[in-house]
Ligand binder design. Structure first.
Ligand SMILES: Cc1ncc(COP(=O)(O)O)c(C=O)c1O
Length: 393
């Protein structure tokens, strides 16, 4: 038997005519950039997650970059985040010129440990950027309280957590600003790249809207005026002012969700709760089957309704177990094998092994197994059997 870790083809097969018709309509419409599909998807996704404003963009990485720029974060600023995440989280911080400050994660939830945040705050800190890792919400109440106390922005990296609830509601898992990815394997995955920023803050929404299209037009002008205002500098009299897209006010980006992706994502959004339910069901069956073994199964906090983008087991012999699974045709892997504070790209920050012991241990002892909702019963049972056999020599 060959089982993929993530299989997006099966979902497509189930809803092929729905998705393909949506794509065909866009192809025949001649409207490929912006338009009704994009604005409707923004509205529908904002309403699903419980936010006021949605700004679609090219991918989850650019969603974070847009947000940091919109918040005026850049050179000389620090952003507190985790090292136990995908590279893009901290790469985005570095790419706006700011410095990521890494804190360790909670050994049970694998999410940012709020107890470690306050001591990492300096006079340069501008934001806290937690990651709802694998689809489990961070303790947002605690993080929100710290941010309020220190006048910091709370930016949630929700790339892995579309549909995740905190304290019973999706909107409780959102930060002041939240960044989503629609990479194909995600709980809500497009048929290509895509991303979204959600916020209730009108000013931040407006700045993101302008930055994603070269800082142009009305929103660009408004954002630039806001920047001058925030710095207390008078707005220059001699600036050419116009509201068309050919008047540029900021060095922004070309970061758009295209109409084809939006049309397909609108269809997928209708089914996302069912996909998450399928993931949760698989996770519960794994938990039950492995509960009296040496595997540590994922810990779900009472506050967070995990959406299981990834189901990871923890075991001291993770490398040997993974090789047994692979030999049995079961794809698996560590997410992520090199913590960010030990990545070459961040070597200049001077972190060393031992600085974040929980993160480092997780990178050696955890591995993800297939949890996608279309997994067949016999595949799941085969995975469980193989996992149990792997413990006995
Ligand atoms: C935690 C996290 N942040 C950010 C991203 C970046 O998203 P994208 O691949 O859409 O740029 C990802 C994507 O996998 C992610 O897992």
């Amino acid at each position: 038997m060959e089982i993929q870790l993530m299989n997006v083809q099966r979902q497509h097969e189930t809803y092929a005519s729905e998705y393909e018709n949506a794509a065909l309509n866009v192809l025949r419409s001649g409207r490929y950039i912006g338009g009704e599909e994009v604005s409707s998807f923004e509205e529908e996704f904002a309403s699903y997650e419980g936010a006021k404003y949605a700004i679609s963009c090219g991918n989850g990485t650019e969603a974070i970059v847009l947000v940091l720029r919109a918040l005026g974060i850049g050179r000389g600023d620090e952003v507190i985040t985790v090292s136990w995440t995908f590279f893009a989280t901290a790469e985005s911080i570095a790419s706006v010129g700011a410095t990521p400050v890494f804190v360790d994660v909670d050994p049970q939830t694998y999410c940012m440990d709020p107890a470690l945040v306050e001591s990492a705050i300096t006079e340069k800190t501008r934001a806290v950027l937690p990651v709802h890792f694998y689809g489990q919400s961070c303790p947002m109440d605690e993080l929100r309280a710290i941010c309020r106390r220190h006048n910091l922005f709370l930016v949630a990296d929700c790339a892995q957590s579309a549909g995740t609830k905190y304290k019973g509601e999706r909107k409780n898992a959102l930060g002041d600003v939240s960044c989503f990815s629609f990479f194909p394997t995600k709980n809500l995955g497009g048929d290509g790249d895509g991303g979204m920023v959600l916020t209730d803050n009108e000013d931040v929404a407006r700045a993101c809207r302008s930055l994603k299209v070269h800082g142009s037009g009305k929103d660009g002008l408004w954002t630039l005026k806001r920047e001058y205002q925030m710095k207390g500098i008078p707005f220059p009299e001699n600036m050419p002012v116009g509201e068309s897209k050919y008047y540029n006010y900021l060095f922004g980006y070309n970061s758009r969700l295209d109409a084809l992706q939006a049309a397909i994502l609108r269809k997928k959004l209708k089914h996302v709760d069912e996909f998450i339910e399928g993931r949760r069901k698989n996770a519960a069956l794994y938990n039950e089957a492995l509960k009296d073994t040496t595997y540590v199964t994922p810990f779900e906090t009472p506050e967070s309704e995990h959406s299981y983008y990834i189901y990871a087991l923890k075991h001291p012999n993770a490398p040997e177990i993974m090789s047994k699974l692979k030999n049995a045709g079961i794809a698996c892997g560590t997410y992520y094998p090199v913590p960010l504070h030990l990545q070459g790209a961040f070597a200049h920050l001077g972190y060393k092994e031992g600085d974040l012991p929980v993160t480092e241990e997780l990178s050696r002892t955890t591995f993800a197994i297939p949890v996608f909702p279309e997994l067949y019963t016999e595949e799941r049972e085969y995975i469980i059997r193989t996992l149990l056999e792997a413990l006995h020599g």
